[in-house]
Design a binder for this molecule. Structure first.
Ligand code: NAD
Ligand code: UDP
Length: 337
């Protein structure tokens, strides 16, 4: 299929493109490089040996997108482009509402205008708010604690309403749990901007000696060891979920949790990292991070049943590959040196 991938040079998008190229799809990437590097395009080629097109286009720029869609006959669009930093979204909400909502509206408009059959949207477990795990796709969408999460819930709504008005459109809302890890080659992975907000990028920077110690946000949650529990999924498994959705030929509105179905605590993750990589991670327990929930993990049975997809890689694979990527990162590639 001919696929437009927005935000395709980012962390998840680049891994998804590798899998899509392996499955022989024809890929056009657009990205404004606000949180990615142009060199990633070449790395995708190095890994797959296959070509893809790249255009530096901002998804909020309707005219440029329109011009691109007019020239191509896309069968599907996978929409990764967006801002994702929770803390920043609290301080700069309008930046988040503008970028994430306008990009999604533009993609939906163009899908209708050019008869692009399928939209796959990057949603998040954050739409479930402070609800009860395991989350199923039928779990209520409770109040989000930050504007980033709110943009995901709003974009879901926008796309669902669009699909209802244009029933020929196949819509996939993929709710990612906690993607971590990196491509085995060490070429693709996550390069956080500034001090990492997320647990695993922080741990790998401590392992590298860039940060002194990890702060664990609270050990007084109602969990077996008191630290927060999340459903960590290897980014390569997550990437494959997009291929499964695309190739399923399903119609209508399709919502799937993409996770492993297993919860792992912060301390369990730190222990796994130390054991697999044989590196000590110094840490201190500090107070809870505002907005964090105690436990979040997925019920993944729907994706398995309907898409035939399930995560295969283990927590050990995830922490090994995350460290392999950080270890090989050259100084000039690191945005926070
Ligand atoms: P990322 O920041 O690495 O990738 C997003 C890409 O989109 C970047 O390359 C960035 O340059 C680009 N981009 C942003 N705004 C753009 C615009 N207006 N026009 C063109 N390009 C633009 O993030 P990621 O981790 O790969 O996440 C991809 C998607 O998945 C995002 O929508 C994110 O909200 C969602 N998501 C991520 C996670 C996670 O933990 N990483 C979890 C749930 C959902
Ligand atoms: N966490 C932590 N220290 C950090 C970053 C995260 O203890 O420096 C904890 C956080 O409280 C949560 C888990 O690690 O329980 C995963 O956090 P992350 O930000 O990676 O994902 P999210 O909170 O978005 O699920």
């Amino acid at each position: 299929m001919k696929i437009l991938v927005t935000g395709g040079l980012g962390y998840i998008g680049s891994h998804a493109i590798v899998q899509l190229l392996i499955s022989n799809h024809e890929i056009t990437i657009i990205d404004n490089l606000s949180n990615s590097q142009k060199e990633t395009h070449k790395k995708i080629k190095d890994i797959t040996g296959k070509n893809s097109d790249f255009y530096k286009i901002d998804t909020t720029n309707y005219a440029k997108l329109d011009n691109l869609c007019e020239k191509h006959n896309f069968d599907a669009v996978i929409h990764f482009a967006g801002y994702k930093a929770v803390g920043e979204s609290i301080n700069e909400p309008l930046k988040y509402y503008f970028n994430n909502l306008l990009s999604t509206i533009n993609i939906a408009k163009l899908a209708i205008k050019y008869d692009i059959n399928t939209i796959i949207f990057s949603s998040s477990a954050t739409v479930y708010g402070n609800g009860e795990s395991p989350f199923t796709e039928k779990s209520p969408l409770l109040e989000r604690t930050n504007p980033y999460g709110e943009t995901k819930a709003m974009c879901e709504r926008i796309l669902i309403d669009t699909q209802k008005a244009y029933p020929n459109l196949s819509l996939f809302l993929l709710r990612y749990f906690n993607p971590i890890g990196a491509h085995k080659s060490g070429l693709l992975g996550e390069i956080p901007n500034g001090i990492p907000n997320n647990l695993v990028p922080y741990i790998t920077q401590v392992a590298k000696g860039k940060r002194e110690k990890l702060q664990i946000y609270g050990n007084d949650y109602n969990t077996p060891d008191g630290t927060g529990i999340r459903d960590y999924i290897h980014v390569v498994d997550l990437a494959k979920g997009h291929v499964s959705a695309l190739e399923s030929n399903r119609t209508g509105i399709n919502i799937y949790n993409l996770g492993t179905g297993k919860g792992t605590s912060v301390l369990e993750l730190v222990n796994a990292f130390e054991k697999v990589n044989n590196i000590k991670i110094p840490f201190e327990i500090v107070s809870r991070r505002p907005g964090d929930i105690a436990v979040s993990y997925a019920d993944v049975s729907k994706a398995k049943r309907e898409l035939g997809w399930e995560a295969k890689l283990t927590l050990e694979d995830m922490v090994e590959d995350a460290w392999n990527f950080e270890k090989n990162l050259k100084k000039e590639e690191n945005k926070n040196d």
